[in-house]
Design a protein around this ligand. Sequence first.
Ligand code: GMT
Length: 369
Amino acid sequence: MRIGIVCYPTVGGSGVVATEMAQSLANRGHDVHLLSYDRPGRLRSGADNVRFHQVAVSAYPLFRYPPYDLALATRMLEVQEEAGIEIFHVHYAIPHAVSAFLARSMGDGSLRFVTTLHGTDITVVGSDSAYLRPTRFALEQSNAVTAVSQYLAAATHQAFGVRHPVEVVPNFVDTKRFCPGDRKPWAQRPGQERLLVHASNFRPVKRVADVVRAFAAILTNIPARLLLVGDGPDREHALAVATDLGCRERVEHVGMQDDLERTLPHTDLFLSASETESFGLSMLEAMACGVPCVSTAVGGVAEVLGDTGRLAPLGQPDALAAVALTILRDADLHARLAVAARQRALERFGVDRIVGQYEAIYARVLARR
Ligand code: GMT
């Protein structure tokens, strides 16, 4: 198939999933074109079987807000005409699904598109009254709509009242790239220090300061270090909280990493304190590396972790710490969860299984021509 993928290129799960999908589809023999305003970080330099089309937005002085959605719609139509795209897959509804509808309406009406909802496009941004009606409209106009968890599918029906069916296709992980390393159990390491990790875009919804607070509580019980991966608006606040709590020298901020698969296998536990998380892709990547996860009990996280991780109530860093300590003090439990996490990632969230589900959706949409 000739497939166009539209996504945000920035750090964030939807861009990562879309880029990984583009590469997997190309590896499976499809002709794949990726459209975005920048080359996504995860589009590896060797990935020359995916054609990247940059969407340029003119910044006229009159435009306080350059109209990206119009530029994207135009580029989608151009790429459809030039490359004979049969189907577009837009990741994140706002504004990508609206641009897809516009591209279809400007063209001969043949443009087909699948919209995948990732979370913030529905739960945080989408329910803003400024975006609700166009988003609902674009979902109704999509040839298929998918959501990355049962939770998100239900939230979409509730918040948007869409009549359109929303199919659940979970995110996936490349279990060959994300795999356990040769980390020794902590009992065999000098000082028995446990290495905790958190990876996100440091937006307020991630509550990174709560991760630091939980870590500070853990540190009063066992030797530990916290690795913060990623960057975003709450970075300074999180590090200031670490200073206030006297654990700053035990917290290392390593910034954005496009090769998280090199870091995760060296860690013992992934910590998440998010306010909401429709899926939690970084946690799935940690699981594939045999790293158990402890998270707030929000959104679709339980669907991802199953019984391979542990959950704590939102907004209670001490409870998060207590739950993490049950794992970090019990080497046998940790080892069991590590194996179970990897196993769950392999069995339920492998590339072939999930990308195959999307291929089936594309084929079904095209068959309805
Ligand atoms: O979490 C973010 O701020 C970014 C956002 C995105 O769209 O990139 O992430 C959402 O999509 C990811 C991929 O499907 C999910 O793993 C995240 O859970 C989801 N974020 C939220 O629901 C807050």
